[in-house]
Design a protein around this ligand. Structure first.
Ligand SMILES: NC(=O)c1ccc[n+]([C@@H]2O[C@H](COP(=O)([O-])OP(=O)(O)OC[C@H]3O[C@@H](n4cnc5c(N)ncnc54)[C@H](OP(=O)(O)O)[C@@H]3O)[C@@H](O)[C@H]2O)c1
Length: 296
């Protein structure tokens, strides 16, 4: 039995399918079962990983746990940022859970100012450390830029026209398909192959922002182009749309530096799965509707 936190999310949802395909029994945690829309074959568990005692009962009989730092967060009570993760891992150990796989990020060892997600309460580094100190067999998946980020960043502009404006055209990422990340997570959960490891996971190719926009255009049948905009204008737009200024600054800094590892392609997905990572043009074709939904 595998227990998945963050089960309704970007990584969790494809992970459920892959675990079921692998023959596992799966418990999926969500705060809102009514809207979760999960596969009938999974056992849906209502609870909040940020309040670990709400899901303690669901740890009985579990062999492996998937820990998503966004879902676990800081915990409901004031205290150390890893309070919820540490409590959840303690409960898991008490119930003889053998293995934990923590979602993490490839920039966890960088300057905290280059990790804007921390401002949203995603303590990837600390959750990873809590997993490693848990006494359970552990793996931390140090993921790079998710391909799905492009939906939040560009879909509204693409719905409104053929030009996408943004800062730092030179910034390049190796966008990672969520199914590749989920497939590595499934491997780690189902086997001991990745025990004690922190693989850095990226997509198979580094692409500049103009190239990514062009590939999304090809997927939706429209000739899109990227136009570089000054960072100040981008900052203004993000703040106007409700993002806290510090978070906007963090994202711009991250983009300017492209995770400080320009053009990083780790090759780990291919090594672990024994097949190439899914290229961004295929991701874009599968997600074409995400860029068409608001079309006028
Ligand atoms: N985006 C990237 O490029 C990137 C790269 C590396 C690492 N990461 C890390 O990956 C993690 C995010 O993974 P993801 O994209 O799969 O997550 P997600 O889809 O945003 O969220 C997963 C689930 O967690 C629950 N959740 C979301 N926000 C929550 C909140 N504020 N409080 C409590 N529960 C919440 C929701 O489940 P229910 O509503 O069903 O309860 C949601 O479906 C973060 O730790 C992030 O830093 C992201």
């Amino acid at each position: 039995m595998i227990l998945v936190t963050g089960a309704t999310g970007t990584v969790g949802r494809p992970l459920l399918d892959l675990l079921l395909d692998g023959g596992a029994e799966v418990r999926a945690v969500t705060r809102d079962p009514a809207s979760a829309n999960l596969p009938a074959a999974v056992h849906t568990i209502e609870g909040d990983p940020a309040r670990p005692d709400t899901i303690a009962h669901a740890l009985d009989g579990v062999t492996a746990l998937f820990l998503n730092p966004r879902a676990v967060g800081q915990g409901a009570d004031p205290g150390p940022v890893t309070a919820a993760a540490t409590r959840l891992l303690g409960l898991a150990r008490e119930r003889r859970v053998r293995r934990v796989v923590a979602l993490s990020a490839l920039n966890v060892d960088h300057d905290p100012a280059d990790q804007p997600s921390r401002l949203r309460g995603e303590y990837n580094k600390e959750v990873e450390a809590a997993a490693a100190a848990s006494g359970l067999e552990w793996t931390a998946l140090r993921s790079g830029y998710f391909a799905t980020n492009t939906i939040g960043t560009w879909a509204a502009q693409i719905a409104a026209g053929d030009t996408v404006r943004g800062p730092y055209a030179h910034a390049s990422w190796a966008p990672l398909h969520e199914r590749d990340l989920a497939a590595v997570a499934a491997r780690a959960l189902l086997t001991g192959d990745l025990a004690g490891r922190r693989p850095v996971l990226t997509g198979p190719r580094a692409l500049t922002q103009p190239r990514m926009v062009e590939l999304i255009g090809a997927a939706i049948g429209r000739p899109l182009r990227f136009e570089e905009a000054p960072p100040e204008a981008a900052r203004e737009g993000m703040v106007r749309s409700g993002m806290p200024a510090a978070l906007a600054d963090g994202f711009l800094r991250l983009q300017e530096r492209s995770y400080l590892q320009h053009d990083l392609v780790s090759g780990e997905v291919e090594k672990i799965l024994g097949r190439p990572g899914i290229p961004f043009d295929q991701w874009a074709a599968e997600h074409a509707t995400d860029f068409r939904t608001d079309a006028p």
